[in-house]
Design a protein around this ligand. Structure first.
Ligand code: ADP
Ligand code: ASP
Ligand code: MG
Length: 423
């Protein structure tokens, strides 16, 4: 594109009412009047996707995934058409496009499809005629031409993928908070807005439950070095949070944020023979169904048998259980159980790479609150714990306080370095 294009994505709460759609249209028109080419990606109006999904579940315990995609995609069709109508009424020429019209092609994995290719020539032609393009987010089509969706929160990914495909300068994600915070501001009222976050940190934050950005959109942005700005739809003065490649000028606090994810469940396969190939057998079955697993724990073997537990998104539990029950029988496991009463809390910070003692501080903070840790996992820049779901908010506040995240970070002392967060 010309180097003059910006992509703006507006989330469900930002277009939740006709009045809000009007406000968003005014903001888009301002960018247009300032001489920018604008491609807008829009989510369904707040609550619409949940409403459609609830109707499908009224009719069936396991709604067919192909039909669910067609159903859910209608939410974004409505909001994109309404926004385009609002723009027209303000004298700003606009054209709404569905995922198919946008040329957004995906694989065939219904309800969690991945983008394969974007054939954006139609959108580029429309932009050349000085129209704003309003694209229905969250959707594409597979090679059969059937409608697919990109997973909950997937409009963020549509936006960044389109920004990359059209070579935009920046992808702006407009939402109901002023940016990315040190914790979910709905849970921690004194959470601090971060001015800049590196792709690496944001990847961790998004995958660990910071709902504000869909994980795949950060993966795209990172792979193609597309800067993202997260900002408020309604506060025009705040500059939001920039998510960019890590650079030496960036602050590297030891801990940047505390994330939580309540969409977590645990499956335990009890009494499996402790033999080579069993784990491969179990986890291949889940991989074949495109179900991701997260933490995995295998107990110490007793009398040639062991228990394997793993966590996964609760949204995938219904589908995973029958697969695991079948596998459990095949490997002569004693039982297969599940537990949805858990959540994952995580502490993230690029500075952990060179700083020790973070894990110990987390464990102390949780123990002071009487919170039991069921599972632990770490990476170079994160420590995660599985805890009881009812303790989630208490744990997030305790950790936010323990690391003094409401205060500006102190520079990292060079004298206290260690090898990993657990050191
Ligand atoms: P949209 O409808 O605009 O896509 P979402 O509801 O998907 O908005 O994401 C915005 C919400 O993400 C905020 O209202 C906030 O409660 C939540 N959130 C969770 N963690 C964070 C965080 N670390 N920083 C900012 N927002 C967060
Ligand atoms: N409407 C979809 C959802 O609610 C996609 C999105 O908003 O990004 O998950
Ligand atoms: Mg969202």
């Amino acid at each position: 594109m010309s180097g003059n294009l910006i992509v703006q994505k507006y989330g469900g709460t930002s277009v939740g009412t006709l009045d809000k759609i009007r406000k968003v249209a005014r903001r888009i028109k301002k960018s247009r009047d300032a001489g920018k080419d604008v491609l807008v990606v829009v989510s369904a109006m707040a609550g619409e996707t949940d409403k459609l999904l609830a109707m499908a579940h009224e009719l069936s315990d396991h709604p067919n995934r192909r039909e669910t995609d067609l159903l859910l995609s209608s939410g974004e069709r409505i909001s994109s058409a309404l926004l385009s109508i609002a723009l027209h009424s303000m004298g700003c020429p606009a054209m709404a496009l569905t995922g198919r019209q946008m040329g957004l092609l995906t694989d065939g994995s219904h309800t969690r499809a991945r983008i394969r290719e974007i054939k954006a020539s139609r959108a580029l032609d429309i932009l050349k005629t000085n129209h704003v393009v309003v694209c229905a987010g969250f959707q594409g089509v597979n090679e059969m031409g059937d409608v697919t969706t990109l997973g909950r929160g997937g409009s963020d990914t549509s936006a960044v993928a389109l920004a990359v495909a059209l070579d935009a300068d920046v992808c702006e994600i407009y939402t109901d908070v002023k940016g990315v915070y040190t914790a979910d501001p709905r849970i921690v009222p004194n959470a601090r807005k971060l001015n800049m976050v590196s792709f690496d940190e944001m990847l961790e934050m998004a995958s660990l439950g910071a709902q504000v950005l869909h994980i795949r959109c950060v993966e795209f942005a990172n792979n193609f070095n597309m800067p993202i700005v997260v900002r408020s739809s309604f506060d025009e003065t705040d500059e939001g949070t920039r998510i960019i490649e890590e650079n030496p000028d960036m602050e590297q606090p030891v801990v940047s944020g505390v994330m939580h994810d309540t969409d977590q469940s645990k499956i335990t396969i009890m009494g499996v023979p402790d033999q080579p190939g069993i784990a491969a057998n179990i986890f291949n079955a889940l991989a074949d169904a495109s179900i991701s697993v997260d933490m995995i724990i295998q107990n110490v073997s007793a009398e040639g048998h062991t228990d394997i537990s793993f966590t996964l998104a609760t949204t995938n539990l219904q589908e995973a259980m029958p697969i695991m029950q079948k596998k459990g029988k095949a490997v002569q496991a004693k039982d297969v159980t599940s537990d949805s009463n858990i959540s994952k809390i995580s502490v993230v910070g690029a500075g952990m790479r060179s700083h020790s003692g973070v894990a110990a501080r987390i464990f102390s903070a949780l123990s002071n609150e009487g919170i039991n840790i069921m599972m632990i996992s770490t990476s170079e820049i994160r420590v995660s714990c599985i805890i009881e779901k009812s303790k989630t908010e208490q744990a997030v506040r305790a950790l936010h306080g323990a690391f003094k995240l409401d205060e500006e970070p102190e520079p990292i002392s060079q004298s206290t370095t260690g090898a990993s967060p657990t050191a």
